[in-house]
Design a protein around this ligand. Structure first.
Ligand SMILES: [Zn+2]
Length: 233
């Protein structure tokens, strides 16, 4: 891919130097205490140590960033940033997994960390604190290119947007590959407070999720505005 010809897309070391230039330029700042130009390179490449007596902590260009404590090489991070920032429609974990030749697990991790970083407001507190209700809903849209029209499930071969809505609060949306419990559960765990009251529809995967998500209420009640609810009353 020609767009990845730049050295910082090719090797971990070049990517690190590129990021150091972006983050610090000529003035390296200790991310722990904020002191400028008072650090030295340790024996480990890319790891610096703060000279300030009260600090003396080690850091690298990824400290306190979305890339922190990740084993994924930095040039792969940069490729993922590039693809996700340049794609108009957004990019799924599966697309990233294929485009970058990395495991699906790594791709999933990258897309979630990067989306978190790109969202206005940065890291947000969990939803549903103090026992507030959070509704979980999914929307299917456009069939994935070149896939058959019919599948076993309603979401087969579709892009899925999972939305979490806090009653009387905000909403968060996530692009996922199919409404499987394995896709939804990590998002619920990452975004919902333990006291949150989870409100879902009757989809099988949600029953499973409500049981696994360790929220206090295991509600599988249909949403009050659905025709199913009206039919029962
Ligand atoms: Zn320091």
């Amino acid at each position: 891919m020609s767009q990845f010809n730049a050295p910082h897309f090719q090797s971990h070391e070049a990517a690190r130097e590129y990021l150091e230039g972006l983050r610090w330029g000529a003035e390296r700042v200790c991310p722990h205490c904020g002191t400028v130009n008072e650090s030295f390179l340790t024996k480990k490449p890319g790891v610096y140590r703060c000279r300030v007596k009260e600090c003396r902590k080690d850091f690298s260009v990824t400290t306190k960033s979305v890339m922190e404590s990740s084993h994924i090489k930095l040039h792969v991070w940069l490729q993922a940033f590039f693809l996700m920032a340049s794609s108009k429609k957004g990019i799924s974990s599966h697309q990233l997994h294929r485009a970058l030749g990395i495991t699906y697990k790594s791709a999933w991790f990258l897309t979630h960390r990067i989306r978190e970083a790109m969202r206005a407001g940065g890291l947000l507190p969990p939803m549903g604190g103090g026992g507030k209700a959070v509704e979980v809903d999914e929307t299917f849209y456009v069939r994935l290119e070149g896939t058959p029209k019919k599948g076993r499930y309603a979401w087969a071969n579709k892009n899925v947007v999972l939305t979490l809505v806090e009653r009387g609060g905000g909403a968060r949306s996530f692009h996922i590959d199919g409404a499987r419990a394995g896709e939804i559960l990590p998002i619920i765990r990452a975004n919902l407070s333990r006291e949150a009251k989870l409100m879902t529809d009757e989809m099988y995967s949600y029953k499973y999720i409500a049981e696994k998500a360790s929220t206090t209420t295991r509600s599988t009640t249909p949403r009050t505005n659905t025709s199913a609810m009206k039919a029962k009353t």
